[in-house]
Structures are given as structure tokens and as C-alpha cells.
Ligand binder design. Structure first.
Ligand code: FNR
Length: 381
């Protein structure tokens, strides 16, 4: 089957996955207004069509924090993404490396950082949440350092997890553990090939970096309870400041949507920020990332590397974000749909799709290099 765009991978992922797993990836918070706006607002941005500029050679290559990448696109951290294919994060990290783009592992991945690191040639990026148990937080950081991680993403838009109706209904996050297990078991009966991957029958389940605190027999329910109890809502800039001081690699704050917060990120010595609303999974009703971007770029564009995620679904969207002041863009759901649809090959394919779409969008807007994509590449409506 030929799949042409990200929506095609989403459709295939929906067909293949047990219902609760698809809903977990696809859903957002509350009424999903911000989730919808993230992509819809990107679509409203008009690229400026320019002609007769010799676009026979277009390069998507770029540099971020002193490293070269094949294009300004990376894979955002996704919790338990590894359930969507056998040793899923390993497969995705390998696909990203082959495509010359960065892969970021979530704190709450299914595969541990050491396993993923051992499967690729170069260090991967690592994402950290503020966890109540500071001893455990330090242990995870030490493991990331030992794995050679030079880029740390610190996620700040989840002091508490938001309400997600789809996860409540699907058997992931509400009801008693027995009710959840029965609801999910029904779904897996229709997709039996997933029973092993989602640990349905009590198989000792690998829950990556948090396995040491969960114990060998933990599954999704234990994982979910741990999550609910261990996000630290007391977190402030002072905590971030301390971690920044202890971390000697690149430090990126993920989940900034306001220019005042962006300025504060610059003042504590972050190297970059990710303009993000967690893919519409946290504060529903918050601005879409792309609408938040211009103010933030005006405020800190000269001081910080600016990365945007949330809602990016095509190479055209990447060009739009760069034109509005981002230096780099990341994708969350698209790579997980691709992993669920076609494993590592799927992730490679969508990275090629993004690159080709970007190339075409650049050529038709008269840009032969990433550096020339600026606000004047857009039509001022
Ligand atoms: C996420 N996101 C996320 N972010 C993070 O810092 N740590 C995490 O563990 C997770 N987990 C997670 C799970 C799932 C299923 C999704 C969809 C998202 C947010 C993620 O990194 C990124 O910000 C968004 O996914 C970007 O939006 P799009 O590209 O999915 O629209």
C-alpha cells in the first residue's frame, strides 16, 4: 500500500492498533480545541509564491547547537511510544539516525535510555520531567549522562497531567484496575498480535527508565499510577535553575508558550526553548504553538535557539514555522503513527515525506537554503 502523507499513516495506525493505544496517541485534553487549532492555524499561514529563481538545487540541511542535520526536523519525546512496535523507541531512534535528524527519548519511554543508546551510533537527546523523588531524578540524569546525552529537554508544561476524556473512556486512565484491564483486553482480542507488546497478560513489561522503581512485573496500570503520583506540581524556575547549573550539555526548556516565560528561560541560561503546548494535551484553550511563535521569536530570537512543535504535519508546515522565527521544528504524533503503521520503515518513510515536501515548498517559494526562509517568505494578510 502506498501512503502519501501523514494522514495516511494515521489512518493505518488506527486500523492496526488496539483502540486504547490509538486514542492515547491521537487524543488531546478536554474538548481538544488547542489540538485542532495547532494544525488548523498552521494551514492559514500563506506562503509567498516566488518564481523564476533557479531552484534546481535546494538544500534542507541546517545546523542546531553546533551540529549538522539533514533538515530542521526532529522527533519529539513521546511517553510509552515504544509500545507501538516491538522495542519501538529503538526502531525510531535508528530511523532518525539514518535520516540525519535528532531523536529525543521520553523520561517515560518503554525502552530504557541505555538500550536505545546501544542501538545507535551517536548519542540521543533525552527529555526530563520534574519528578517528586529528587534522588531518582538525579539517577536518571546520571544515566543520561553515562549514555553520552549532550542535549537535555526539560518539559515544563506538565506540572499536573490534564484531563483527557479519550484516555478515560478507553480503559487507560480511569475506573478500577480490573475494569481497565477488561476494557483493554476486549480491544486486544480484536488485535491479538498486540497482546505481547502491550503486556496484556501480565508479561513482565519493560517500562524503560522507571522500571527500577516499578519493579519487574509492572505493566501499564502501575505505570499510569506512578505517573499520576510523581509529577511534581511544586516545580519553579529555581528548580530549573539548579538543574541547568548541574547539566553541562545543551539545555532546552520544552513547553514555552508565552514571551515572558521565554525571557526567563533566556535569563537562566537555557540554550533553547521549545514553543509547544504538548500537542494540545495539556491546557486546552491555550494558543496554538504557531500563533504563539512570532511574539516569542521577537522577544528572544537573538538569545535562544527556538524550536517549535505541536501540529506540524507536513514539510510546508516546517517552512511556515521557520518563516515565523523557529530555527528547528519537531514532530510528535506523526512519527508514532508511522511506527505503529510500519515500524522503523514507516518512520524512515515519513521523514522522507517531510524532506521532499519541504524541498518542494522551498523551491516554489523561491528558497534554496533554510537560511533564507524568513518572514518575507510569507504573505502578510
Ligand atoms: C507526548 N508529549 C510528551 N512530551 C514530553 O516532553 N514527554 C513525554 O513523555 C510526552 N509524551 C507524549 C505522549 C503522546 C502520546 C503525545 C502525543 C505527546 C508531547 C510531545 O513531545 C510533543 O510536544 C507533541 O506531541 C507535539 O505535537 P504533535 O506533533 O503531536 O502535534
Amino acid at each position: 500500500m502506498i501512503l502519501a502523507n501523514i494522514e495516511d499513516y494515521r489512518t493505518l495506525a488506527r486500523k492496526r492498533l488496539p483502540h486504547f493505544l490509538f486514542e492515547y496517541i491521537d487524543g488531546g485534553a478536554f474538548s481538544e480545541t488547542t489540538l485542532r487549532n495547532n494544525s488548523a492555524d498552521l494551514q492559514t499561514i500563506a506562503l509567498r509564491q516566488r518564481v523564476l529563481r533557479d531552484v534546481s538545487s535546494v538544500s534542507t540541511a541546517t545546523t542546531l547547537f553546533g551540529k549538522e542535520y539533514a533538515m530542521p526536523l526532529g522527533l519529539s519525546p513521546i511517553g510509552i511510544a515504544g509500545l507501538n512496535a516491538r522495542r519501538g523507541e529503538v526502531q525510531a531512534a535508528q530511523a532518525a539516525e539514518e535520516a540525519g535528524v535528532p531523536f529525543c527519548l521520553s523520561t517515560v519511554s518503554a525502552c530504557a535510555i541505555d538500550e536505545v543508546r546501544a542501538a545507535v551510533n551517536n548519542p540521543i537527546w533525552f527529555q526530563l520531567y520534574m519528578i517528586k523523588d529528587r534522588g531518582f531524578l538525579r539517577e536518571i540524569l546520571a544515566r543520561a549522562k553515562a549514555a553520552g546525552t549532550d542535549t537535555l529537554l526539560f518539559t515544563v508544561d506538565m506540572p499536573v497531567p490534564a484531563t483527557r476524556y479519550r484516555d478515560m473512556r478507553s480503559g487507560l486512565s480511569s475506573g478500577t484496575i480490573l475494569q481497565r484491564k477488561i476494557t483493554r483486553a476486549r480491544q486486544v482480542l480484536m488485535r491479538p498480535q498486540w497482546a505481547w507488546d502491550v503486556g496484556l497478560f501480565g508479561r513482565p513489561h519493560t517500562l524503560g527508565n522507571i522500571a527500577p522503581v516499578l519493579g519487574d512485573n509492572a505493566g501499564i496500570d502501575e505505570f499510569w499510577s506512578w505517573l499520576a503520583q510523581n509529577f511534581d506540581p511544586t516545580v519553579t524556575w529555581a528548580d530549573i535553575d539548579r538543574i541547568r547549573a548541574e547539566w553541562d550539555g545543551k539545555f532546552i526548556i520544552k513547553g514555552i508558550l508565552d514571551s515572558e516565560d521565554a525571557k526567563q528561560a533566556a535569563s537562566i541560561g537555557a540554550d533553547g526553548i521549545i514553543v509547544s503546548n504538548h500537542g494540545g494535551r495539556q491546557l486546552d484553550g491555550a494558543l496554538s504553538s504557531i500563533r504563539a511563535l512570532p511574539d516569542i521569536a521577537d522577544a528572544v530570537g537573538n538569545d535562544l535557539g527556538i524550536i517549535l512543535d505541536s501540529g506540524v504535519r507536513s514539510g510546508l508546515d516546517v517552512v511556515r514555522a521557520l518563516a515565523l522565527g523557529a530555527n528547528f521544528v519537531m514532530i510528535g504524533r506523526p512519527w508514532v503513527y508511522a511506527l505503529a503503521a510500519r515500524q522503523k520503515k514507516g518512520v524512515r518513510e515519513i521523514l522522507d515525506i517531510f524532506k521532499n515536501e519541504m524541498r518542494v515548498a522551498m523551491a516554489l517559494s523561491g528558497n534554496t537554503s533554510v537560511n533564507t526562509i524568513k518572514r518575507d517568505s510569507l504573505v502578510n494578510l
